[in-house]
Ligand binder design. Structure first.
Ligand code: IZC
Ligand code: ZN
Length: 393
């Protein structure tokens, strides 16, 4: 993760939205007729791959600003959830919201994300918890994917919370999801991944296992909310099922880290959530030093983490998780691309990959972390086209 392969005085040749050649300015310019190309001048700047936000809950109805205030006064996330607030509150508002309202509010969030240099995201359902609303959320993401430039990879998160009517009957809810929702999502190609909130008093290991077995049988790729609040062994379960990623991991065990590494599960760390919940950050250093691939994402959602701030992710990763600027960059690009199984098309500046690129102010990538809390992104290029220009806005 520290070997990021810097090219000084580099040039990138793009054709039909793809990177066709990279090298030094002299190498590229001696081989091509400049007049044949449109030039985007990045002299004195730094170019990186576009950021990939591989864990978001971008589509939701309403907000939970009241809960944030309660948490500031000392209530815990779990207390609020147990009183019927939390995810259940967003579920009610998402059920009430129309398709167009969900498209419109998520669209404004996506516009904000572009300004931070995000060119691809993963988005989850999970605020419906019934057939109709879960499918509505996935279809909203499909629509958003078609109507604006950021690519959206869809994840079905039916088992995100237990609504009061299913309290104590969690397995019955999982059986409903397995029988009625998963096969439909597969048939209609509404999601590539599945996810589950494996947590004490939400979905425990046994329920998670029954869900993941069905998902695997249907051919879904797997993500998990694992070991966020209580050390339940979610990481071990992710390893057992060959998950693409296990996310959060604030309370992961050493054995969980070891098993994830052995089974090539990516550790997606979400420092904005730890920050917002005033929890200790995930043990990024232990994970990276043991050879685990670490990705970073925002976890944008209306409850535990209402922020899409990539600059804050970078600041927390470097200052509080002791990740180097190079590791942080890898975690937000190539490793994040791998966390959504897209490392063969995005996440690095390589010949043949999609031309998703960022032009940052300053002539060294070190300034991206150094200028903390502020976005260094001046231009965002998606599939070869400029989709955001700080000067023009
Ligand atoms: O809406 O609070 N942890 N899912 C699992 C969340 C937090 C999102 C929320
Ligand atoms: Zn999440």
């Amino acid at each position: 993760m520290n070997d990021i392969g810097v090219i000084e005085n580099g040039s990138i040749l793009i054709k039909n939205g793809k990177i066709i050649k990279i090298g030094t300015f002299d190498e590229i310019h001696s081989e091509v007729v400049l007049e044949d190309y449109e030039i985007i001048d990045a002299k004195g700047k730094t170019i990186t791959p576009g950021f990939v936000d591989s864990h978001t809950h971008v589509v939701f109805g309403g907000y939970r600003a009241d809960e944030y205030t309660w948490r500031l006064r000392g209530d815990s996330y779990v207390d609020i959830m147990n009183r019927g607030g939390g995810i259940a509150s967003s579920v009610t508002k998402t059920r009430e919201a129309s398709f167009d309202e969900l498209v419109s509010s998520a669209l404004s969030r996506l516009k904000s994300m572009v300004r931070f240099g995000v060119t691809t995201i993963e988005g989850k359902s999970g605020y419906g918890l019934d057939f109709e609303t879960e499918m509505k959320q996935l279809r909203v993401m499909k629509k958003l994917d078609q109507m604006q430039p950021i690519d959206i990879v869809r994840t079905f998160l039916g088992p995100h919370a237990v609504m009061p009517e299913y309290k104590g009957r969690e397995m019955e809810f999982i059986e409903l999801v397995n029988k009625e929702m998963l096969p439909f999502v597969k048939e209609e190609n509404l999601a590539e991944f599945v996810d589950i909130f494996t947590e004490k008093n939400v979905f425990e290991l046994e329920e998670s296992r029954v869900y993941l077995e069905k998902a695997k049988e249907l051919g879904f790729k797997i993500k998990m909310h694992a070991d966020e609040i209580y050390p339940l062994g979610g990481a071990e379960l992710a390893a057992e099922f060959g998950a693409t990623s296990a996310d959060h991991l604030l309370k992961v065990s050493d054995k969980g880290i070891e098993m994830m590494k052995e089974n090539d599960v990516i550790a997606t760390l979400l420092p904005l959530t730890a920050f917002s919940l005033k929890e200790e950050y995930a043990r990024a250093r232990d994970m990276i030093d043991s050879g685990l691939a670490v990705a970073l994402a925002t976890d944008l959602n209306p409850g535990s983490c209402f922020s899409e701030s990539i600059p804050l992710v970078i600041a927390l990763a470097t200052l509080y998780m002791n990740m180097t600027p190079e590791e942080t960059l890898a975690a937000l690009t190539l490793n994040a691309a791998a966390a959504i199984d897209k490392a063969d098309v995005i996440g690095s500046i390589d010949e043949g990959k999609q031309a998703d690129l960022l032009i940052h102010e300053f002539d060294s990538y070190h300034y991206i972390a150094y200028h903390f809390g502020v976005s260094s992104v001046e231009k965002v290029i998606k599939k070869g086209k400029i989709i955001y220009d700080k000067e023009g806005c």
